[in-house]
Design a protein around this ligand. Structure first.
Ligand SMILES: [Zn+2]
Length: 297
């Protein structure tokens, strides 16, 4: 699993100083690929959706950039904007959780690590949710789980497909059992969606780990992953230590899971919107998951 730190791309997009060089955002006009160090003008990097033209590395991007990329212009209307994370356990590790959370909320101008809302993708009405890994590792707080569950349930009521882009380290340790409960809650909400015959397209980005892949993220009617994303439950190093096995070089990558059937397709980010539109068209067609129900309704 990659390092759990904010990548330069998020810093460039949120106007924060560069996490490594400390250069102010305004001074940066270039983007450097974190994998191969090739530099691109920032405008080119944006156009390429922060996929490196040299090595095809898919850099981590924020929830707002995801929504901007997938949703039709001006079609996104946020749900539950007032549903913010909070410190239920008065938890303190090296710092109070309340302090960490307030800092992340202020820095990202987000109530928690997930944005959700109504949107159109290629003219198809959907519910769209996107995680932000730079917000506390995209971890599953009670607020994130509640937003996710409400989004899935709204899609069932509104009779629209649900599209979710996950990039998450799994449980939020500072929320203890409240975090773990979100696994069951999100799964139950997705059952409501399935009962309404509305499809769930789950898009996995780097990384999708722990409780997230062990619950909602693995339940897509179609599961799409970005190339070479790290996807797994426990980190590879821990598995190697416990099993004393030498793990394959591509262990816990999108391609590894695709070859074994967990993931339906691995799609370059630059083709992702087109592929999602194609899936929505097929699923909405007569005989498709949403189409079958629409004809019966
Ligand atoms: Zn590169």
């Amino acid at each position: 699993m990659g390092p759990l730190v904010a990548q330069p791309v998020e810093a460039a997009l949120t106007g924060r100083p560069h996490p490594i060089t400390g250069a102010p955002a305004a001074a940066r006009t270039a983007w450097t690929c974190p994998a191969c160090a090739a530099a691109q003008p920032l405008a080119v990097a944006r156009e390429q959706l922060f996929v490196c033209p040299t090595c095809a590395h898919h850099a981590r991007i924020g929830a707002r950039q995801r929504i901007e990329h997938l949703a039709d212009p001006d079609s996104f209307a946020e749900w539950d904007a007032d549903l913010a994370g909070r410190d239920r356990l008065a938890f303190v590790d090296t710092r109070p959780y309340a302090e960490r959370l307030a800092e992340a909320q202020a820095r990202h101008r987000m109530p928690d690590a997930l944005l959700s809302g109504a949107a159109a993708i290629g003219g198809h009405r959907v519910g769209l949710a996107a995680f932000d890994f730079s917000f506390m590792g995209g971890s599953l707080s009670a607020a994130v789980g509640e937003r996710l569950a409400r989004a899935a349930e709204r899609c069932a009521t509104l009779r629209t497909p649900f599209v979710c882009v996950t990039t998450s380290g799994g449980a939020r340790m500072q929320e203890g059992v409240f975090s773990l409960l979100q696994m069951a809650k999100s799964v139950a909400a997705l059952h409501t969606l399935a009962d309404a015959h509305m499809p769930f397209i789950s898009i996995l980005a780097d990384p999708t780990m722990g409780g997230s892949i062990a619950s909602f993220a693995a339940l897509g009617d179609v599961i799409v992953a970005e190339p070479r994303a790290t996807i797994g439950f426990t980190g590879a190093r821990v598995i190697a230590q416990v099993t004393h096995e030498r793990l394959p070089a591509d262990f816990q990558t999108s391609e590894f899971h695709h070859a074994r059937g967990l993931i339906d397709m691995v799609v370059d980010r630059r083709q992702l919107k087109g592929r999602v539109i194609g899936l929505l068209r097929v699923l909405a067609a007569p005989g498709g998951r949403a189409g079958t129900d629409a004809s019966a309704a």
